[in-house]
Design a protein around this ligand. Structure first.
Ligand code: ADP
Ligand code: MG
Length: 634
């Protein structure tokens, strides 16, 4: 029975709906392409379910016709009868949209803009970019008549007999003047690559206005005089370009994937020329369906701005990047793809945040990451150590953010020692705690703090390097958070010398008290503490130490704006083995030279720790001048 022409209104709600959809979806309007192309793929899946043995070629073709201001999305799928168009397009599509609108009204959290990109609004999203939409479709059912549907605003429609000859559907989008960017082939390619790059059937992009291009083809076996094959020029239409990879790596069995496959995939998808360090292939069927690959990238030099990229898919359809609800925040530093076909994505963000299912996914991913790190640590320690510097910021960040993750990986946290070797906290404790005050000694600047480092290492006490941005926070975390029995205390090598229990008496027996009052007098600092110690290098006159907590407090207040800058409180540690120190102990405290010497020693010791203030430098320079003068005369 031929279709009679009919006119109608899609739904009562439509009058209120379209303006809302158009307005709210403004920011992410490119999703309309995802919606129509994924519908086309769905239609092919349905057709194949009905005809499992078909040999027909299944594909989706997107044709951009800039001249006609038209995008055509054509599929070889199941098609629709007139009744199905009435049912699925005129009614159902809109009930989906009114759900959406309700959701919107309920969502008072202000997360409006966020929902949008994650929302499968469906067919009606095409009206965001079109001033007129046509459907040319023919159902694969025996004897089905082709149908033509047209609507100018998504509110009223006209249905009549169509012209399509094969089963399948063409969606014709007459792109509106304001959205004409979507008539640009590059723009369409970009959007398709982004959202449809891994859909399950081949998607081709065609330029309806393409001109034939010249091409050289060989003329039989004929040769030129110089022996090269003879060619002639012919005109050829450019071939349509396939946009997608229909067989994404993450859906394959891990056992079937080679290292090269992972690397190629990584380069291609994340545009990173470097190889990833390692990866985790997630492949879960139960209790939920989750597939994906997480890559651990090599850190770039500027890791301060290091940012990952986790692409979320729902059944091979790209949803969005970096959705915090599904992927634990600290994993955002990684790169990867996650595919959750059952994820209820057409719901608001606040729903995702409270959804138990989503939480399970997130903690499953966390656990897999922890398992991988522990496995590397336990079976390939050397390789793992090779990765450590690159993955440390992310692992440490993860520990701080997620105490469960910390519990899972705490045995696999490494620290690099100044000798280049790596130790766990437990190993450090076992090797050093009987020799010290049960602290982990660290340096954040090996060169500047070399003398202090040496103080420890020369006594066989290990010093670890903590010099990345996150280390300060990470150390406080290990000191105060987590379980009581796991806590450890850190002290920078120049914090104090109290940890050096077996005091080295090497050097001359000197009168510590006398030296202290000498320096106090010369510097005018009555509360200055002066200690004597045998520093490794006899040429080194002195160094300063500063209480760990005091220094950290100072650093904090500097970060937070220095409203009440704290004075430095250094302890001066004199080297018993140094001749100047030994001579000073004999000097007349009242002599001008003695004072100058003391001031110079103190400045030198401080300069090794941190830069002097402007006036201090001026004083230091003029004093140095005077000392040189004396030497010259001397
Ligand atoms: P959803 O895809 O979530 O079902 P849509 O609004 O995207 O919602 O589409 C509504 C319905 O229209 C689909 O379920 C399908 O029945 C029908 N449909 C849309 N596009 C096509 C197509 N290309 N071929 C066949 N049916 C289609
Ligand atoms: Mg759809």
């Amino acid at each position: 029975m031929a279709i009679q022409k009919e006119n109608g209104s899609v739904s009562i709600d439509a009058q209120n709906m379209m303006p809302v959809i158009k307005r709210w979806l403004y920011s992410d309007k490119d999703i309309f392409l995802r919606e129509v192309v994924s519908n086309a793929c769905d239609a092919i899946t349905k057709y194949r379910m009905l005809h499992p043995d078909t040999e027909e070629e299944m594909r989706v073709t997107v044709t951009v016709d800039k001249e006609q201001k038209l995008i055509r999305i054509s599929d070889t799928g199941i098609g629709m009868t007139g009744d199905e168009v009435r049912k699925y397009i005129n009614q159902v599509a809109f009930s989906g949209a009114s759900e959406f609108l309700k959701q919107f009204e309920d969502d008072k959290t202000g997360g409006k803009a966020d929902i949008i990109g994650h929302f499968g609004l469906g067919f009606y999203s095409v009206f965001m970019a079109s001033e007129k939409v046509e459907i040319e479709t023919r159902s694969c059912q025996e004897g089905a008549e082709p149908v033509h549907w047209v609507s100018e605003d998504g509110m009223g429609y006209e249905l009549d007999a169509g012209k399509r000859e094969d089963h399948g559907t063409d969606i014709l989008l007459h792109i509106s003047e304001e959205e004409k960017e979507f008539l640009d082939l590059y723009r369409v390619r970009e959007v398709l690559k982004r959202y449809c790059g891994f859909m399950a059937y081949p998607i081709f992009l065609e330029d309806a206005n393409a001109k034939p291009v010249e091409k050289d083809v060989p003329v039989g076996d004929e040769k030129n005089e110089d022996g090269t094959p003879k060619t002639e020029k012919i005109l050829e239409m450019p071939k349509p370009e396939q946009i997608n990879d229909t067989d994404p790596l993450w859906l394959r069995k891990p056992a079937d994937c080679k290292d090269e496959d992972y690397k190629d995939f990584y380069h291609r998808v994340f545009m990173d020329f470097e190889d990833p360090l390692f990866w985790i292939h997630l492949n879960v069927d139960y209790p939920f369906n989750l597939k994906g690959i997480l890559f651990f990238p090599k850190l770039k030099n500027d890791f301060g701005t290091h940012e990952g990229e986790i692409k979320l898919f729902a059944g091979q359809v790209f949803v969005a990047d970096n959705i915090r609800e599904v992927i634990p925040e600290f994993l955002m530093l990684l790169k990867g793809v996650i595919d959750c076909p059952d994820l209820p994505l057409n719901v608001s963000r606040s729903f995702l945040q409270n959804d138990g299912y989503v939480k399970k996914i997130s903690s499953h991913i966390t656990k897999k990451v922890a398992d991988k790190l522990n496995a590397l640590m336990n079976t390939e320690r050397e390789t793992y150590e090779g990765y450590w510097d690159d993955i440390a910021p992310f692992v440490k960040y993860g520990c701080i953010k997620d105490s469960k993750f910390y519990d899972q990986v705490k045995g696999s946290l490494l620290m690099r020692k100044t000798d280049g070797k790596y130790v766990t906290i437990a190993e450090y404790k076992a090797a050093n705690f009987d020799k010290t005050e049960k602290k982990i000694y660290y340096t954040n600047d090996e060169k500047r703090q070399a003398a202090s480092v040496n103080l420890y290492t020369s006594r066989g006490i290990d010093v670890v390097v903590m010099n990345t941005l996150i280390d300060g926070n990470f150390m406080s975390f290990l000191e105060y958070e987590g379980k009581e029995e796991d806590r450890v205390t850190f002290a920078r090598v120049d914090a104090d010398i109290d940890g050096l229990k077996e005091e080295s008496e090497e050097g001359k027996e000197l009168d510590a008290e006398k030296l202290q009052s000498l320096f106090r007098g010369a510097l005018g600092k009555e509360d200055l503490e002066v200690k004597l110690e045998s520093l490794g290098d006899a040429e080194l006159i002195a160094m300063v130490t500063e209480d760990e907590q005091m220094r950290r407090y100072k650093e904090m207040s500097r970060i937070y704006g220095e409203r009440f800058p704290l004075p430095d409180r250094f302890t001066l540690v004199l080297n018993r083995r140094n001749e100047t120190v030994q001579a000073l102990a004999e000097k007349d405290p009242e002599a001008e030279n003695t004072k100058m010497l003391c001031q110079q020693v103190y400045d030198l010791a401080r300069m090794a720790a941190q830069p002097l203030e402007a006036e201090e430098i001026t004083a230091f320079l003029s004093r140095s001048g005077r000392l040189l003068n004396q030497l010259v005369k001397g």
